[in-house]
Design a protein around this ligand. Sequence first.
Ligand code: ACO
Length: 433
Amino acid sequence: MGANKKVYLVDESGERMCGLDVIEGTEGPPVIDIQKLYKETGYFTYDPGFTSTASCVSALTYIDGENGILRHGGYAIEELAEQSTFLEVSYLLLKGELPTLEEKRDFEDMVLQHTMLHDQLQNFFRGFRRDAHPMSLLIGATGALSSFYHDSINVNDERSREISTYRVLAKMPTIAAMAFKYTKGEPFTYPDNGLGYVENFQKMCFGLPVEEYKFIPESVKALEQIFILHADHEQNASTSTVRTAGSSEANPFGCVAAGISSLWGPAHGGANEAVLKMLDEIGTSSRIKEYIEKAKDKDDNFRLMGFGHRVYKNYDPRASILKGTCKEVLGALGKDKEDLFVLAQELERIALEDEYFVDRKLFPNVDFYSGIILKAMGYPTSMFTVLFAVARCVGWIAQWNEMMRDSDRRISRPRQLYTGERLRSFVSIEERK
Ligand code: ACO
C-alpha cells in the first residue's frame, strides 16, 4: 500500500482547496484519502450506502464486480469451492495462508473440540416461543455468549481475541442447530467431536436420539461448498455492521450478533428465503412474465429476489458454482426434475434476455440457487439465512480481528448533511397548533 500520487480539489474559480493522497492497494481501484478533507476545506463528503467509499483497509477478500471475480487470500473462489474445505478456507481468512497438513490438523482440533455450549444456554433457548423465527434465536443466543464466556472478551488482548474466535467458529453451528431443533419441537442433538464441521452440523440438525443418523455424501459435499461460498465477501452490510459495532471495542459475541441481525434483512442474506417464497408464489412458468413486469414496475415494491448486487455487475461467481451444484445434488437426491429448479432456470433465462435487467446489469446472485439446494436437503426456508450466518461467521470474526489489529482503527462515526430545522424557540404545549 503506498501513496505516490495526489488529486487536487479546486473551487469553481479554479483555486486549489487541498491536495489529497491517492493510495494504491494490490488490486482494484485506488482510493483518495479524504481523512483531512474537513480540516482543510470545511467540507464533508456525501455517499449514502457507501457506493464510492472504502471504509477500511483489508487483505482478506478481493472482488472485481465488473468481471465476476471473487478471491480469498489471492485464491479464486472456483478453486477453493472445488478443492478446499470450509475449515481450510476459514484458516486462510483468519491467518492469511492455506494451512500445512500439521497446521490444518491443529486448527481442526481446536475448532472441533469446542463445539459444546455451556449447558445453561439451553435454558436461554427455552425462553423463546416455539414458533419464533430461528434467526431471532440465533441473534439472542449469540449475543448471550458474552455472558457465558466473559473470560475471553478483553478485545485488546490478542490471546483473548483468539479464544473468542475459536468459540465463535466452533459454537455457531451448535447454536444454529439448536435454534432449528427448538422451533421444530425436537430434542437438541449434542455435537459429535469425531465428525467433520459440516457432518456435525448436518447431524445436529437432522439426527434423532431414537435412530442412527445416515449421512448423504452428496448433501454433505454440497453444504461444504455452500459454506465455502458464503465464508466472506469483503465489506458487505453485515460485515460492515460487525466492524462498526467492534470499532467501539464492544465484545466479539455482541458484534457477531449485530452482524446476524443485519444479514437477516431481505436485501441481504434474507434473500435466499425470499427467493423460495417468490418461486412458490410464481408457481408456474406461464406466470414468469407477469412477475418480471412487476419487478420492472417502479410503482410496485416487488423486486426479483436473488437478482442484482451492489458490487457484481456480471454473473455472481458464487451463483454460477451453485447452479452447477444444484444440478448435481438434485440429481443425486433424485430431485433433478424438481419444479422449482426448472422454474428458477426459466426465470433466469427470461430475465437475462430482458432489456431492463440487461441495461442495469442485474444477474443472479448467490441467493438465487442456494435455497433450492437447501430445500432439497430438507432444510425449511426459515433455516436458509441461518445457514448463511453459520458460514459467514468466519468472515465476520476474521474481519473483526483484522480491524482490532489495525493501528489506524478509530471508532466508526460517520458525519451527516443536516436538513432539519434551524434554532427556534420552545413553544409551550398550550400554544402549539
Ligand atoms: N429486481 C428489479 N429491479 C432491480 C433489482 C431487482 N432484484 N435489483 C436492482 N434493481 C434495479 C433498481 O430498481 C434500480 O433501478 P433504477 O436505476 O431504474 O432506479 C437499479 O436496478 C439499481 O438498483 P439499486 O437498488 O440502486 O442497487 P443497489 O446496489 O442499491 O442494491 C441489491 C443491490 C439490494 C442487492 C438489489 O439488487 C436488490 O434488492 N436485489 C434483490 C434482493 C437480493 O437478491 N439481495 C441479495 C443480495 S446478495 C447478498 O446479500 C448475499
